[in-house]
Design a protein around this ligand. Structure first.
Ligand SMILES: NC(=O)c1ccc[n+]([C@@H]2O[C@H](COP(=O)([O-])OP(=O)(O)OC[C@H]3O[C@@H](n4cnc5c(N)ncnc54)[C@H](OP(=O)(O)O)[C@@H]3O)[C@@H](O)[C@H]2O)c1
Length: 258
């Protein structure tokens, strides 16, 4: 596929890097106005350009990874030269209806919510589209399945997906940081504590995904009666471990909805 990514920032570059590693064989173009910091992508076979229209007529999928306030400018540039294109937008808060109205009926609006773990083939990319664009959306689903998982969701859950999957990356990292800090307090240097904490989270996530079971079933396997794990867990819960995470996620959602 020819994949044209407009907005070579954090997310756009993560997707491009992920595609070069986990979905080989595509021709990828990444554009932004100041390309200096992303020229290294060319060594990986990615075309980098300042021109959003560079070879865009040949693109099979156009991915928008720009900020909401940059959408009008970018669309004004590219729309005169494209038709029958699949436009997958990762722009937070931009609805399918609003994007479809802007790009016209000859193009198909698909909404995606990836996260920067796309670079490591580990993004949970929620995807929403109108049923009439199901065929056009398939290419997008295929691409993002290669970059992790790509659940198709009802668009009304897109804000929730943003919080759970995109902000969720920061929440998980904060857990790892806290675990690392505790690790230092109990005797490790920070690098060792971080490596142990990160690998432990990865291991826990992999077990859940492999076995497809409820986390409590796995927790049950590591909590011995009267043991240290249950004592620690109960202490954390008494200090609001689960409830603070749930409250944080709900606050983020409120913030998005305005
Ligand atoms: N970061 C995440 O984890 C994440 C996750 C999900 C969704 N999102 C959404 O994805 C979008 C991008 O987020 P981000 O974090 O990647 O932002 P970012 O790092 O600021 O990237 C935006 C990029 O767009 C480029 N840009 C601005 N105007 C442009 C134009 N006219 N033509 C071409 N490129 C242009 C900017 O580079 P120049 O200034 O050099 O042009 C910049 O590199 C946002 O809507 C965000 O809400 C982000």
């Amino acid at each position: 596929m020819k994949v044209h990514i407009i907005g070579g920032g954090n997310l756009g570059v993560s997707i491009a890097l992920g595609l070069t590693r986990f979905s080989k064989g595509h021709q990828i173009t990444v554009t932004r106005r100041n390309t200096t910091s992303i020229l290294y992508l060319e060594e990986l076979g990615v075309t980098v350009s300042k021109d959003n229209k560079h070879n865009i007529q040949e693109a099979d999928v156009i991915i928008l990874t720009i900020k909401p306030y940059q959408v009008s400018t970018v669309l004004a540039e590219i729309l005169p030269v494209i038709s029958n294109k699949v436009i997958a937008s990762g722009v937070s808060g931009l609805s399918i209806e609003s994007l479809q109205n802007k790009i016209g009926e000859s193009n198909s609006a698909i909404r995606i919510m990836p996260n920067i773990a796309a670079q490591f083939g580990a993004s949970a990319t929620c995807i929403a589209f109108n049923e009439k664009h199901a065929i056009q959306a398939q290419n997008v689903v295929d691409l993002f399945q290669d970059l992790g998982t790509a659940p198709i969701i009802d668009e009304k859950l897109m804000d929730a997906a943003t919080v759970l999957a995109a902000s969720g990356t920061a929440f998980a990292l904060r857990y790892i940081r806290a675990s690392m800090q505790a690790g230092i307090e109990i005797g490790f240097d920070w690098k060792t504590a971080l490596a142990i904490s990160a690998q432990t989270v990865k291991g826990a996530a992999e077990m859940i995904m492999e076995e497809n079971i409820h986390p409590e079933q796995l927790i049950d396997r590591v909590t011995t009666p009267q043991g240290c794990t249950i004592a620690g867990l109960n202490e954390m819960e008494m200090h609001g471990f689960s409830s603070s995470l749930i409250r944080g996620i709900k606050t983020s959602l409120k913030q998005i909805k305005g």
